[in-house]
Design a protein around this ligand. Structure first.
Ligand code: GRG
Length: 326
């Protein structure tokens, strides 16, 4: 079970070695209930941990061969990936699988043709993607589908223009984006929509005024303590240091928030004894908040972290190797 957490009042330090050890320890906690309760997220967890390690400058801290074998064991006959060998395929895990392999330069270890066919088979006539065979539709799945195919250099397998048109229909009167047309604006969904527009070079399909309105909405997510929330009237959470900040970065408006205040707030969410970051100070740490806190710090250039790519949430080193310099 989750152990007690130790937070300082105002750390000014990033506890790099502690965070590395924390991530390394995650796969060794097989006697803890939490390990088994999170099996449905295992492949995402490997992606979060590996991305964090790359940003911390320790890309080799997880065993490469074992990582490849685990990813291979999660691929289904239909080409998609499940969170764990015994779980059904879904786009959320398929992207994580491909991102993991991209980061460790091992894309040839799996059947990428079958993977692309699986992804392409999930596009609907409206341009949106379903997450899996059961059909839930969401802007998250447009992002995960297009990023997967972009990494595999197989974007031509789907109708990108229709996907982009669908995303544009999800923009609201307040400037934000939701899961489907007419749904409430949420920073997580904004990341996926601005990400789709950015990775397909379609950001200019939004007018400059509309981009400014969206950046204004995102900047308003900063609360007096420096942390960011995901939508109005909600609590701050370390993960929005990624969803909000990466969206502002893609819009070229990172300077619209108080970066110093945000950095101080993120650092206060570290467990300085056992490593890892929590959603907010005083809560138990987990690998999801650890990677998105670190990625937020990387976006503002803090603490000697490796540079993260705001569109793909992978190290710039990886995206440069895949797509060339911007
Ligand atoms: C490659 C980084 C990466 C992502 C893949 C799955 C995906 C694409 C993006 C998810 C975007 C998203 C919806 C993020 C938000 C996650 C989150 C913390 C949701 C919580 O929602 P609520 O309603 O929380 O529980 P609030 O804070 O609104 O109360």
């Amino acid at each position: 079970m989750a152990t007690a957490v130790t937070f300082t009042n105002k750390p000014e330090e990033l506890f790099v070695d502690k965070h590395v050890k924390y991530i390394q320890s995650l796969d060794t906690r097989k006697d803890e209930l939490e390990y088994w309760l999170t099996e449905h997220l295992r492949l995402n967890g490997v992606y979060w941990g590996l991305t964090a390690l790359h940003l911390l400058g320790r890309p080799d801290a997880l065993p490469r061969d074992e990582t490849i074998k685990f990813v291979q064991s999660c691929q289904h006959e239909n080409g998609g990936f499940g969170a764990h060998p015994s779980h059904d395929a879904h786009l959320l895990y398929t992207l994580s699988a491909i991102q993991i392999l991209a980061m460790i330069d091992a894309l040839d270890a799996v059947d990428t043709e079958a993977c692309a066919a699986y992804v392409a088979g999930l596009q609907k006539p409206s341009g949106v993607f379903a997450g899996d065979e059961w059909g839930e539709e969401d802007t998250r799945f447009v992002y995960t589908a297009l990023q997967t195919l972009k990494i595999l250099n197989k974007l031509d397998r789907v109708d990108v223009e229709k996907a982009v048109d669908f995303v544009l229909r999800c923009q609201n009167y307040d400037g934000g984006f939701g899961v489907v047309p007419g749904a409430e604006s949420h920073s997580g969904q904004i990341f996926t929509c601005v990400g789709v527009l950015s990775m397909t070079n379609n950001l200019d399909r939004m007018t400059p005024a509309s981009r400014d309105q969206l950046a204004g909405w995102l900047a308003q997510r900063q609360l007096p303590n420096g942390g960011l929330n995901g939508r109005p009237e909600k609590l701050e959470d370390v993960c929005y240091s990624w969803w909000v900040l990466s969206s502002l970065a893609m819009l070229g408006k990172l300077h619209w928030i108080d970066q110093n205040k945000l950095v101080g707030w993120i650092l206060s969410c570290q467990d300085e004894v056992r490593g890892g970051l929590a959603d907010r100070k005083g809560d138990a740490v987990d690998v999801f908040h650890t990677v998105f806190g670190l990625a937020g710090l990387s976006l503002v250039g803090w603490g000697g972290l490796k540079e993260v790519d705001p569109i793909y949430c992978m190290p710039v080193e990886t995206t440069k190797r895949l797509f060339g310099p911007k």
